[in-house]
Design a protein around this ligand. Structure first.
Ligand SMILES: [Zn+2]
Length: 322
């Protein structure tokens, strides 16, 4: 098992032991009691730490995509209505993920919904916070670790620079995981969307199926109980593990963006662990709702509580001002 996946597993065990604490949106980790610096000073420090860092590991999570207008996943927002309005009216979904967990009248309509879901993210432009982040990272040595499945990072960076440990909307897998293979979802999605037109269902013969066993396909993503954790999944963990292990002696900055309280095990807690254990590591988190800084690393990091889009914009502006 790769180095980083092992860290995730350790955190998952901890999560199971303290499930009720996490469920109440808290953490069992003892947090720093220090008051944070004023916002402007935090931005200044953020810029200084970026400039000083010899390598940067970015951890991009749901809050990052939501900040840039990708807020259709979790709530009944105007953007959700724009893309999923027909389904929202018929089934009363409150956000795109809600629909993914729901039953539909037919398989054809179920696939109409999945195609709409994938099409929305695959064709979304790269959002503002990602562009600001890209400017901030210009000229730096960095690696991106993300739990976002929406392909925003992969629209900017090469595959080898991005570890997508929760899957990616560009691929299908067998819904029964009968074999360790993933295949292209982009073209089938285009065809489903075209055939669906203004309706909510796709033609039966366009329902994507596993080439080996004939079961229905499914997007290659975690969250629905059938995530294929095979070769492609291992490759994602190998990338981030390799990057960190090659750079342990350098000044490494862990930059956590928008981790929610339900999944601290993929980015947040491994970043805390690494910041504590690597001699020259530093940690910055940006989050609209939580500023959890463990006491153990209070001299090696800080948390900016604020809108991720605004924070990245302010950091970028200050770098440009020099
Ligand atoms: Zn199969």
């Amino acid at each position: 098992m790769s180095f980083y996946e092992n860290l995730v597993l350790q955190t998952q065990m901890n999560y199971s032991r303290h499930r009720s604490v996490y469920a109440s949106k808290k953490t069992p980790v003892r947090l720093s009691q220090r008051s944070p610096l004023p916002y402007d000073e935090q931005i200044h420090e953020f810029v200084r730490r970026i400039e000083e860092a010899e390598c940067i590991v970015v951890g991009g999570a749901s809050g990052l995509s939501a900040a840039g207008g990708g807020d259709f996943y979790y709530g009944d927002t105007p953007s959700f209505r724009k893309y999923f309005g027909k389904y929202a009216e018929k089934y009363g979904f409150k956000g795109a993920f809600d629909g993914m967990y729901s039953g539909f009248d037919t398989r054809e309509e179920h696939w109409g919904y999945i195609a709409t879901f994938l099409n929305t993210t695959l064709n979304a432009l790269v959002r503002e916070p990602y562009l600001d982040l890209d400017e901030i990272l210009k000229g730096k040595d960095f690696h991106i670790l993300t739990t976002n499945q929406d392909t925003q990072f992969i629209k900017i960076y090469k595959e080898e620079q991005v570890s997508e440990i929760q899957g990616d909307h560009r691929f299908f897998q067998c819904s029964d995981c009968c074999h360790d293979g993933t295949w292209d979802a982009v073209k089938p999605v285009e065809e489903m969307i075209k055939a669906m037109g203004e309706g909510t269902s796709i033609p039966t013969d366009l329902i994507p199926r596993c080439p080996k066993c004939g079961a229905e396909a499914f997007p290659w993503v975690r969250g629905y109980g059938n995530f294929l954790q095979g070769r492609k999944y291992d490759e994602q963990y190998q990338k981030v593990s390799g990057y960190i292990q090659e750079n342990t002696d350098r000044k490494m900055l862990f930059l956590e963006l928008g981790v929610g309280r339900l999944t601290p095990m993929f980015i947040q807690e491994p970043f805390w662990n690494l910041t504590l254990n690597l001699p020259d590591a530093y940690y910055i988190s940006v989050n609209a709702e939580y500023d959890f800084l463990p006491e153990q690393i209070e001299d090696k990091g800080f948390c900016v509580l604020g809108d991720i889009g605004k924070v990245l914009k302010d950091v970028n502006a200050e770098i440009k001002r020099g």
